[in-house]
Ligand binder design. Structure first.
Ligand SMILES: Cc1ncc(COP(=O)(O)O)c(C=O)c1O
Length: 412
């Protein structure tokens, strides 16, 4: 599409209204009917995000000398992330624009570390469970690396033995998810850690979804297995602030066991006429608002606030678990965090999805096995009843054979 800009500007109030009207056909996340893309922790948190974002909206994280305030906020956010994920005084990290950025930068660091410390001959590779996020493939494509996706075990968790067999002298990274996006299950990170230790490998834990929920669910009493720097061979972790950290979008953390590893991520260039430019992440300009909003939300909620919000997520998940079991679904594995996926032994879940979509629900699906997928927020606790009622009604329609089925699972 090519479109000429209006000859004259418009009144802001009119534009504002038009923007609101345009959103009328979008997913109904404010009503709690969306269980992917949006993390709704309530009006108060949204207000903190918005106001804190606008306070530093024009400032640029690219310039720590110009904006020491942002640098201080970033250091504190990273410090809080490290404390939650069992880092120590030697650990370091950076705020990035999101999970894909964090994963890309962790891989870049592991690759450069391997070039310096290992005898890499030929194309480097990374070894991941099949359930790992496509961000690994995107990063690998950018850096001409091979991705070895290894089928998951019957438990839908990373098959540690098969992954170990796939490692060779050119492997620069072993990957586990905490949890994986499709199944919401935490891979056996300790066992992956043993392999990493034996084979002297960089283990990255993708905790983009789990990093800012799992510690609080554990504090609330759940038996969450070790998945972070508590395991000595975990070298880096991606943990998204804009997911279960309830921060404004455009914010994740990439964390490293120690400062020397973190240094491999940073890009430092002075070979141009503009002077030395140091950029830690994939971006150049970094929105100050994403950093300031993250700082504000973390300080607004504090440990007690997060424990409360994550308890609401747990309650929502447990209510859904119980309800869908009664409706005849099988839950994939034993989810412990905010994602839950469930298949049906006889009915076409994609047909059920179509009915739910017609009722205004927007969520995910998985392909193997075919399952309905929900990424739950605190707000969902108040709508699980409606969800389950609509699900029951959808099942009846599908049983009566009166429905279409979504053909393909896609996110864009
Ligand atoms: C496990 C996991 N890793 C990485 C990502 C990528 O995060 P982002 O969309 O912020 O780039 C996601 C996104 O949902 C994810 O679920």
């Amino acid at each position: 599409m090519i479109m000429k800009m209006p000859d004259k500007g418009s009144d802001w109030e009119e534009l504002r209204q038009e923007m609101i009207d345009r959103g009328a056909g979008d997913a109904k996340w404010r009503e709690g009917k969306t269980a992917v893309y949006v993390f709704n922790a309530g009006e108060d948190v949204a207000r903190v995000q918005k106001e804190a974002y606008t306070l530093y909206m024009s400032e640029n994280g690219l310039g720590p000398l110009a904006f020491p305030s942002l640098k201080q906020m970033e250091d504190e956010v990273v410090g809080m992330g490290l404390a939650l994920l069992n880092g120590n005084d030697q650990s370091a990290g950076t705020i990035t624009s999101g999970g894909t950025d964090s994963i890309t930068m962790a891989i870049k660091a592991a690759r450069d570390f391997a070039f310096d410390n290992k005898a890499i001959k030929g194309q480097p590779n990374i070894v991941a469970p099949w359930s790992a996020h496509p961000a690994f493939d995107k990063a690998a494509k950018l850096m001409s690396l091979e991705v070895r996706r290894i089928p998951v075990a019957g438990s839908l968790l990373a098959d540690v033995g098969a992954m170990a067999e796939s490692v060779d002298a050119n492997t620069i990274m072993l990957i586990g998810s905490a949890p994986s996006f499709p199944y919401g299950l935490i891979d056996p990170i300790e066992a992956l850690g043993d392999i990493a230790e034996q084979k002297d490998l960089w283990l990255h834990v993708d905790a983009c979804v789990g990093g800012y929920i799992a510690p609080f669910v554990r504090m609330n009493g759940a038996d969450i297995p070790p998945f972070d720097f508590e395991i000595s061979s975990v070298k880096s972790i991606s943990a998204d602030l804009h997911k279960y950290g309830y921060c404004a979008k455009g914010a994740s953390t990439v964390l490293f066991r120690d400062k020397t590893l973190h240094q491999y991520m940073i890009f430092d260039c002075d070979n141009w006429p503009g002077g030395r430019m140091i950029t830690p992440t994939l971006a150049g300009t970094r929105p100050g608002g994403a950093i300031s909003a993250a700082w504000a939300v973390m300080n607004y909620l504090g440990i007690a606030g997060y424990c409360e919000k994550q308890k609401q997520v747990t309650d929502a998940r447990q209510a859904v678990e119980q309800g869908v079991r009664q409706l005849g679904f099988d839950i994939l594995g034993s989810p412990q965090l905010g994602i839950i996926a469930f298949s049906h032994p006889t009915l076409d879940v994609y047909a059920i999805y179509s009915q739910m979509f017609a009722k205004g629900w927007f969520s995910g699906l998985t392909t193997e096995p075919k399952a309905l997928h929900l990424m739950l927020s605190p707000f969902h606790r108040s709508v699980t009843h409606t969800y389950l009622e609509d699900l029951a009604a959808s099942i009846e329609i599908v049983k009566a054979g009166e429905t279409d089925s979504v053909g393909e699972v896609r996110y864009s």
